[in-house]
Design a protein around this ligand. Structure first.
Ligand SMILES: Nc1ncnc2c1ncn2[C@@H]1O[C@H](COP(=O)(O)OP(=O)(O)OP(=O)(O)O)[C@@H](O)[C@H]1O
Length: 702
């Protein structure tokens, strides 16, 4: 049970003054937590941090206030000048003065009663807003703030600016956040005193206060001590929660998987190639895990085309050898079928049964597959997440391999393994996540890396070409296809609201069809599953030689003799995505080319992205550059909404804290695995604050 002391933060924001159902819906859109499945709460508002400030500390006399500047003036009200009756186009003016001169405070469509109350004649008030000089006369149109002298509460000299959405005013949001902050109770410190001292962290409440009520604009920078404290809190909550999930998952299991090695040896012999050193190494690591009584939780990370699938296959063979079943879960149906097509011929030769199970297998077929899994007649099953969503029963599921591209959150993923008989688990990822992100996304999962590509691969030549030279490119592609090469032609997804006219894959197909005739194929996400399969099969077998596609082929698709990929509107894709797409070629022994077709004029970041693509094929470097470019975007004022999965932490600014948090979490849990000590109790509060309730629940269950 959540400690009562936190209750004030767990109430709906509609209980805050000024927040009705409509405003609540708007606020829900801007809070950084992922709360699609619940109402926004006061606790979500405290982590809604400002992205900049309005500095109102400039307090010159009226005569010295420069036009256009935000200033704060202390003035005495001289007189009110309402507009002539019925004339709405003339503003209401209030004249005020100080030692240096007179100013007109100007209001359109004014509420007269309110103005008279806020600025009684003869009173001293403080106004803050943008100064404007008209024909040598100072004025301020609709001051942002009007306050009585001495009332600093309602006049923040350094005013935080929050992310907004249409219909939500800054004032309403600030007021709501202010109330949420008042509800933050006095909480025991959960941080390690050493970390606090070394990092000069303020206490939790103080950190929130400094950022939401900044005394100086630097207080709201992500690298301020206050912000870093909150980022550290978030990392710590995340690391502890991951460690708890992991401990629970491990506790559930306890059986070593070992066989006589004959199946694996036979499979290795049947492969048309020799394993790379990294593949052999990864397999050895996996094998060692499988043989241990604890449950395996391992991440297999390898750049595009590095050959993860065969490693997974051999791991599955080990599970089967040991008498169990294995399941491979792919992120898309295309990929599930591709894996099936690769695996089936190999293992069927060894007398094993493999099945594919997606949403598409229906009726009798489905019934038979389900029966085969339940009886154990099927040894290996390949499928999409449908594999686990439905009531699929295994006789003895020993290993789950998840091929994924950040599509499943860590908790979902681990929940999957909590089903069934606590199987071992291998997660494959092609996304070249930098170390720091591995840590945040996967916690202290063990990691095997494929650091080299299979022998005989040639570097991919990457060229950029403006769209105006499309005709020339089409001509060259015609020659390439005539020459027996295979080409992917990628078109960006066209959103319905798109203003710029973009070629959809269908349009592009229509325009290329006359040139390529029957050699042209088309695949996109809105096609039926069977149509997609057919398009992929025809391309793989060479019936079509130029495949016009959307990004449905982005991950995992393996047609080793495809040697050219054209990416249209490459400027619209992120670096990681470009890298994945490019990875569809260069998967065989032949030399490959990637053509990045772009639309002029290119923005700075897009230009940089394309040149990074030309410079390197190294996925790790590309992802580091990606982070850097996003960081720069932030400096230029186009701040992105932070790091996915985090509310306040930003990986590019706070990466150094992540490792400290991980070590801290480990140490804490070694000493106090059930979070029972005083610090452990405080940590529980931290977990609740950052929405890690499920981790706390694990504690009770354990
Ligand atoms: N040791 C090897 N020697 C030669 N070819 C290999 C080797 N291992 C795998 N391959 C081949 O390399 C290609 C890519 O392998 P695979 O599909 O497993 O890549 P991947 O790591 O899953 O990459 P991606 O993430 O891009 O899908 C396949 O055609 C596979 O048959």
């Amino acid at each position: 049970m959540r400690p009562n002391i936190l209750d004030p933060l767990f109430v709906s924001i509609t209980s805050l003054a000024g927040v009705g159902p409509k405003v609540a819906e708007l606020i829900k859109k801007i809070v950084p937590a992922d709360i699609s499945d619940r109402e926004a709460r006061a606790g979500d508002l405290i982590f809604t941090l400002p992205h900049s400030v309005i500095d109102r500390r400039n307090r010159p006399g009226i005569a010295l206030a420069p036009s256009g500047a935000i200033v704060t003036l202390e003035v005495r009200i001289d007189r009110h000048q309402p507009p002539p009756r019925g004339n709405k186009s003339v503003p209401y003016r209030v004249y005020a003065f100080d030692d240096t001169g007179e100013i007109a405070l100007t209001f359109f469509h004014a509420n007269t009663g309110w103005l008279e109350k806020a600025m009684p004649v003869g009173e001293d008030v403080v106004v803050s807003g943008r100064m404007e000089w008209f024909n040598g006369r100072p004025s301020m149109v609709h001051p942002d703030h009007i306050a009585r002298v001495g009332d600093t509460e309602s006049l923040p000299l350094v005013e935080p600016v929050y992310p907004l959405t249409a219909g939500l005013s800054g004032k309403v949001l600030r007021r709501a956040i202010g109330q949420a902050l008042e509800r933050v109770p006095a909480l025991p410190e959960w941080l390690n005193p050493d970390v606090m001292r070394r990092q000069s962290f303020p206490a939790f409440g103080e950190a929130l206060g400094r950022i939401h009520n900044p005394a100086d604009p630097i207080d709201v920078l992500p690298d301020s001590a206050a912000w870093r404290r909150l980022a550290y809190d978030e990392f710590l909550a995340g690391q502890i929660s991951l460690a708890l999930v992991r401990a629970t998952v491990r506790r559930l299991s306890g059986r070593p998987l070992a066989g006589d090695g004959r199946l694996i040896a036979a499979l290795r012999n049947a492969l048309p190639y020799k394993l790379t050193q990294s593949q052999t190494q990864a397999l050895a690591e996996i094998d060692a895990d499988l043989q241990k009584p604890e449950r395996m939780l391992r991440l297999l990370q390898g750049d595009v085309g590095s050959g993860k699938t065969v490693v997974a296959l051999l791991a599955m063979a080990r599970a089967v050898e040991a008498g169990g079943q294995a399941a491979l879960m792919a992120p898309t149906e295309i990929l599930a079928r591709q894996h099936f097509a690769t695996i089936a011929p190999l293992v069927e030769k060894m007398g094993l049964r493999v099945a594919v199970l997606t949403g598409r297998e229906k009726g009798r077929e489905r019934v038979e597959i389900l029966a085969g899994l339940e009886s154990g007649a099927i040894n290996i099953v390949v499928g999409t997440h449908a594999l686990f969503q439905e009531t699929v029963q295994f006789r003895d599921l020993a290993l789950v391999v998840v091929d994924e591209q950040h599509r499943f959150g860590v908790h979902q993923r681990l929940a999957i393994t909590a089903k069934g008989d606590a199987p071992d688990m291998l997660v494959m990822t092609a996304t070249p996540i930098p170390r720091t992100l591995v840590l945040s996304a996967f916690g202290d999962m063990d990691v095997s890396r494929l650091t080299e590509k299979p022998a005989g691969r040639q570097p991919i030549r990457t060229v950029t070409l403006p769209l105006e030279r499309l005709d020339e490119l089409v001509g060259r592609m015609r020659d390439a296809v005539a020459d027996g090469q295979k080409v992917y032609w990628i078109c960006p997804l066209v959103e319905e609201s798109e203003e710029i006219k973009l070629m959809s894959a269908e349009d592009r197909f229509a325009s290329l069809k006359p040139v390529f005739g029957d050699a042209a194929g088309l695949v996109h996400g809105r096609m039926k599953g069977a149509e997609k399969d057919e398009a992929m099969r025809a391309f793989k077998e060479g019936e079509t030689r130029i495949l016009i596609a959307t990004t449905v082929i982005e991950v995992g698709v393996d047609v080793p003799d495809a040697t050219i990929i054209v990416i249209e509107h490459a400027e619209r894709f992120g670096l990681a995505q470009l890298h994945q797409l490019r990875g569809r070629v260069g998967r065989g022994a032949k030399a490959s080319t990637c053509v990045l077709l772009y639309k002029d004029p290119l923005g700075e970041t897009a230009k940089r992205r394309l040149s990074v693509m030309r410079e390197t094929e190294d996925g790790f470097r590309i992802s580091e550059e990606d982070l850097k470019l996003r960081g720069e975007g932030e400096l230029l004022g186009t701040r992105q909404s932070g790091t996915p999965g985090f509310q306040v932490a930003r990986i590019e600014t706070h990466a150094d804290l992540l490792e400290i948090a991980r070590d801290d979490a480990r140490l804490l849990l070694t000493r106090d695995p059930d979070l029972k000590s005083a610090r452990g109790q405080a940590i529980r509060m931290l977990l609740y604050l950052f929405g890690r309730d499920e981790a706390v629940r694990l504690l009770r269950a354990g």
